[in-house]
Design a protein around this ligand. Structure first.
Ligand code: NDP
Ligand code: 2IT
Length: 451
């Protein structure tokens, strides 16, 4: 039995139900880094894999708060501080009913590699709660955020651990969390990123993940000798922060985005989606996409109840490129088969791990260019680091500067990933390239800092 097979067997024994999703993320990395482990036995001697798959610590706490009816509500709060070999722990907070320790371990694990790929100095972490902001009043969200920070503030700091947003956590939530941190500690400092601009947020942080995905895709298409995005039809899933800004940048460069989706259904608008309306429905009113079809009767709304078995309506339409930007495992083998039959040329992951392993195998075996999340969506955390730099030096950078730095970072990641894949004999495989390049950077730091 080879080295990696032995490792997988050992890891399998530790697997439990909740950790299934974490195991999925881990297995992909282990598979990719096989050639690296075989070429350099230091990684085995220093037990890097064994040390990397166990978080430094998992903080779990109770969050108690009053709803608008003055009733007491209780939620679980978490922060998984995974690895800080390269810098302070860094990663988002997710507020969604599906949040549990396993989901946050998967996200924290991915974050270590993503942050390493940016070339910046950040470790990996993730946190959040099973609190559901949907249907809650602004005051309820504020009271929950205050209660959450009452516990979280003990474990974070600008040089310790710097949380940001993720699903269900945008600038409103970050604002309330920051306000509470300041009240408790009396410190006005860069302890969170994605802050509203008025108290230290960076220009372009809200747009950064979506814009970055498009910058990465442009670079990948160039390297792979494929046609650019202008005038090409693209399908996007999701209708949150990442999806809306992916659509915005795609439209700005002349691509035609025909789909978007939320947890209740999908919109197909073959003339190209109306982004202004979309933002009004999802960002301002926090409503359902169903409303979109009322304003544009020529578009089609497909509720989740009408989705095909194991598939999703958003991936049924022909497109040049697909951008899954909603959530994990949202694009299955059924969807991949549809996309391939319809001639898809590339898939770029805006969400974290949105494609199932079976879908990815199909894309790779059919020559579809595949941009994995930890490389393609690293623009958000990269601009978070720019926000930390601005806060630390008490300076403000203009929009053009941040945009230029974001673009350069995404192009550099793409190049590094492609070159690494070539060096390790898997040219064109951006998954292996990303995993090997980031693992190397983290592992070398771990070796050099000792146990
Ligand atoms: P938002 O909360 O802004 O939007 C999430 C979108 O996905 C919404 O349209 C939501 O639908 C939909 N969605 C969420 N969960 C589910 C589910 N279980 N089933 C179906 N649809 C779902 O989050 P973001 O846009 O910030 O995050 C989207 C993805 O991008 C996540 O995977 C996140 O981890 C990743 N990401 C985010 C970054 C950031 O900076 N925000 C950076 C890098 C990655 P509805 O509106 O109905 O709730
Ligand atoms: O998944 C991610 O990269 C994020 N949610 C953003 C993390 C951050 O610290 O900006």
């Amino acid at each position: 039995m080879g080295l990696v097979e032995q490792e997988i067997k050992r890891f399998e024994k530790r697997q439990c139900e909740e950790d299934f999703i974490f195991y999925q993320a881990m297995e992909e990395v282990i598979h990719s880094i096989k050639p690296l482990l075989e070429s350099d036995d230091r990684y085995r001697r220093y037990a890097i894999l064994d040390r990397l798959i166990v978080p430094d610590r998992i903080i779990k706490f109770k969050v108690q708060w009053f709803n608008d009816k003055n009733e007491i509500e209780v939620n679980n709060g978490f922060r998984v501080q995974f690895n800080n070999a390269l810098g302070p722990y860094k990663g988002g907070l997710r507020f969604h009913p599906t949040v549990n320790e396993g989901v946050l371990k998967f996200l924290g694990f991915e974050q270590i590699f993503k942050n390493a790929l940016t070339g910046l100095n950040m470790g990996g972490a993730k946190g959040g709660s099973d609190f559901d902001p949907k249907g809650k009043s602004d005051f309820e969200v504020m009271k929950f955020c205050s209660a959450f920070m009452t516990e979280l503030h003990k474990y974070i700091g600008p040089r310790i651990d710097v949380p940001a947003g993720d699903i269900g956590v945008g600038s409103r939530e970050i604002g309330y969390l920051y306000g509470e941190y300041k009240k408790i500690t009396s410190r006005y400092e860069g302890v969170l990123t994605g802050k509203p601009y008025m108290f230290g947020g960076s220009l372009l942080r809200p747009e950064a993940t979506g814009y970055g995905v498009v910058y990465f895709t442009e670079a990948m298409l160039e390297l792979e000798g494929k046609e650019p995005l202008k005038d090409k039809v693209c399908c996007v899933s999701g209708a949150g922060n990442v999806a809306l800004h992916t659509i915005e940048k795609l439209q700005a460069i002349g691509a035609i985005v025909v789909t978007c989706s939320d947890s209740k259904g999908t919109i197909y608008d073959k003339r190209g989606v109306d982004l202004e309306l979309l933002k009004k429905i999802k960002e301002v009113k926090r409503g359902s996409l169903e409303e979109y079809a009322k304003y544009h009767p020529e578009s089609k709304y497909i509720p989740v109840s009408e989705y095909p078995e194991d598939g999703h309506a958003v991936w049924e339409f022909p497109c040049y490129g697909a951008f899954p930007c909603a959530t994990q495992n949202e694009l299955t083998d059924v969807d991949a088969t549809n996309l391939i039959e319809n001639g898809v040329v590339f898939v770029s992951e805006g969400a974290n791990m949105p494609c199932t392993p079976e879908a990815i195998d199909l894309f790779l075996s059919h020559g579809v260019c595949f941009a994995p999340a930890k490389a393609a969506n690293a623009g958000g955390v990269a601009v978070s680091e720019f926000e930390m730099s601005q806060n630390a030096s008490m300076s403000r950078w203009n929009y053009e500067k941040v945009d230029e730095m974001l673009k350069t970072t995404m192009r550099q990641i793409c190049k590094r990933v492609a070159l690494t894949a070539k060096e390790y004999g898997v040219e064109g495989n951006y998954i292996d390239g990303a995993n090997i390049a980031s693992f190397k950077r983290i592992a070398d730091a771990m070796i050099n800092e000792g146990i």
